[in-house]
Design a protein around this ligand. Structure first.
Ligand code: GRG
Length: 314
């Protein structure tokens, strides 16, 4: 086997292992039995939260937490807890993004979206429930015995997912589509598209890389390196997602494609064209690898992850 085929196999095995562990942990965390401080877990809400989080998804964000935590020798069980919190936020964002008031999608992860499988009100509440549940998970001592580390994780996730992060990015995206004011799509320049995407998609991926460093009490320059890696990875992820929307097969991607052009969405692919966007992807993978240089061979699997993001077909 060639060196690159070998690292691809190792990467896929580790992604799969994290996905299996994540499924099991989320299944346990979202069990029917209420935990101290809760009264009861309403069955329909719990079913919708389980539907949104279990049985699908690549679990790429959890993988980032687990692998960056391993780089800093943080225990895997703690990394999986932080990863579960991040995945709850990600799944909530997908449920809300699919709602009629947002993207109005019927298919997600190859299945009916949550509001189709349940109903709109239940899907909204399931998203709200998952958002809150993420911070419940991070606040538990099993995530880290040191409360300072837990607060660090909580604050960073709040910043990544809220007003100045993912939710803010979604707002900018809707505005750019012309959903408000005069209703005309905005012509965003490259800097504005990058800022929007760094918030909407990049912030959670960057958090995935930062969380491992926080769990491992990494030094400031190591944290900064992880953030550089996460930032390049986030940009690459979004360009690959936009290329998939343009060229992907809905059967493989697991959701409707061709939506960006129909909505006149400003993306780097629409601004630069597919060829230049692909060249940009290459540069971003190089940037991601450079950020990992100080960690040597120990970071090989994260380097392969950057290539996977750029080359993904689903
Ligand atoms: C509605 C609050 C709110 C936020 C929405 C993340 C987001 C913001 C919307 C999702 C729309 C979208 C398709 C964004 C592009 C990148 C992205 C998040 C793709 C889906 O992530 P994957 O490919 O999905 O990791 P899986 O299913 O593998 O987990």
């Amino acid at each position: 086997m060639t060196k690159s085929a070998d690292s691809d196999t190792r990467f896929r095995q580790r992604l799969e292992k994290t996905a299996t562990d994540m499924e099991a942990l989320l299944g346990r965390l979202l069990a029917a039995k209420a935990v101290p401080g809760e009264r009861l877990r309403p069955a329909r809400l719990l079913d919708a939260m389980r539907y949104a989080t279990l049985g699908g998804g690549k679990r790429f964000r959890p993988f980032l937490v687990v692998e960056t935590a391993a780089l800093f020798k943080a225990p895997r069980s703690r990394a999986l807890m932080a990863a579960a919190a991040l995945e709850c936020i990600h799944c909530y964002s997908l449920v809300h993004d699919d709602l009629p008031a947002m993207d109005n999608d019927a298919l997600r992860r190859g299945r009916p979206t949550a509001h189709k499988a349940f109903d709109e009100a239940t899907a909204i509440l399931a998203g709200d429930g998952l958002l809150t549940f993420a911070f419940d998970i991070l606040a538990r001592p099993q995530t880290h015995p040191d409360p300072k580390v837990r607060i660090d994780l909580i604050l960073a996730l709040a910043r990544a997912s809220g007003l100045g992060g993912m939710v803010g990015g979604q707002m900018l995206d809707l505005a750019a589509e012309g959903r408000f004011a005069d209703g005309r799509p905005q012509q965003l320049d490259e800097a504005a598209i990058k800022a929007l995407q760094a918030m909407k998609t990049g912030a959670l991926l960057r958090y995935g890389c930062l969380a491992g460093a926080i769990l491992g009490k990494a030094k400031a320059r190591q944290r900064a390196a992880m953030e550089r890696y996460g930032s390049a990875l986030g940009q690459a992820f979004q360009i690959a997602d936009d290329l998939l929307d343009l060229e992907g097969d809905p059967a493989t991607v697991g959701k409707q494609t061709g939506k960006d052009a129909a909505a006149h969405k400003a993306t780097l692919v629409s601004l630069l064209g597919a060829d230049k966007a692909r060249a940009r992807l290459k540069t971003l993978v190089d940037d991601a690898e450079k950020a990992l240089a100080p960690f040597g061979r120990a970071a090989d699997v994260l380097k392969t992850a950057a290539r996977f993001v750029a080359e993904r077909r689903a």
